[in-house]
Design a binder for this molecule. Structure first.
Ligand code: SAM
Length: 221
């Protein structure tokens, strides 16, 4: 539905900013480095990669996190598919994704394989099995039957997008996490940390990326 598509503005002609949430899709400093710090290192990746590893994400956006994880997966020598499921309510038009991802030439080999194959829901690219579940995660996640080894919690800032950080949703995240599985997010907001703790994660505050002093990690015992 066209009215559910992401509507964007661009800063410095390269970083997409959501008109609906008034927030950028990734770090104004260096989106790729932030993704590696927060979502890969925050989930002890690539060290934990093993065949069949499943990453799930709240907020697919430009696909930057997925592409960064897929590149790391191949970089770690994995030859089977990385399972990656992302929940997205307002899908971005492929042309906008291409424009945003052009800021990361290092990812070009993966962007060039992904975008031509991308129809907006599922794709199988040998070393990547991607499933983007469209709709509001508050409705779609409770219906999901998969189980993730690592979660990327990447809604817009909790102040602007509180629905993606609410306690009920974080409880569904915990229920869909394998024992010993992890979550990571760039935010250190107290209510998010408390929500993750209430959901059963052992939560730690660790140094964030760039100007952000802290971020949050959690492990499901
Ligand atoms: C910070 S952006 C994600 C950036 C993305 N991970 C990337 O690699 O580009 C947040 C995303 O959450 C999505 N979103 C916001 N509220 C949502 C909801 N209730 N359910 C599902 N997705 C939502 C937005 O449309 C947006 O794409």
């Amino acid at each position: 539905m066209v009215d559910q598509q992401a509507e964007l503005s661009w800063t410095e002609d390269r970083i997409p900013v959501s008109d609906r949430f008034d927030d950028p899709y990734f770090s104004l400093e260096n989106g790729l480095a932030e993704t590696r710090h927060v979502f890969l290192a925050g989930n002890s990746l690539p060290e934990r990669f093993r065949p069949g590893f499943h990453i799930a994400e709240l907020g697919f956006g430009t696909g930057l996190n997925m592409l960064t994880a897929w590149a790391a997966w191949e970089g770690a020598g994995m030859t089977g598919p990385l399972l990656f499921t992302s929940f997205e309510a307002y899908p971005m038009a492929p042309g906008d994704m291409a424009r945003a991802l052009a800021a990361f030439p290092e990812l070009a080999p993966w962007v060039e394989r992904f975008l031509p194959a991308w129809t907006g829901a599922r794709c199988d690219l040998g070393t990547l099995q991607l499933d983007v579940v469209q709709g509001d995660a508050r409705q779609t996640l409770p219906e999901w039957t998969g189980r993730a080894d690592a979660w990327f919690l990447d809604g817009f800032s909790p102040a602007k997008n509180p629905e993606l950080w609410q306690k009920d949703l974080l409880t569904h995240v915990a229920n869909r996490t394998a024992p010993g599985g992890t979550v990571a997010t760039y935010t250190a907001a107290g209510f998010v940390r408390r929500g993750l703790e209430a959901a059963g994660f052992a939560v730690t505050r660790v140094p964030g990326y760039g100007r952000k002093r802290h971020m949050t990690q959690g492990v499901r015992p």
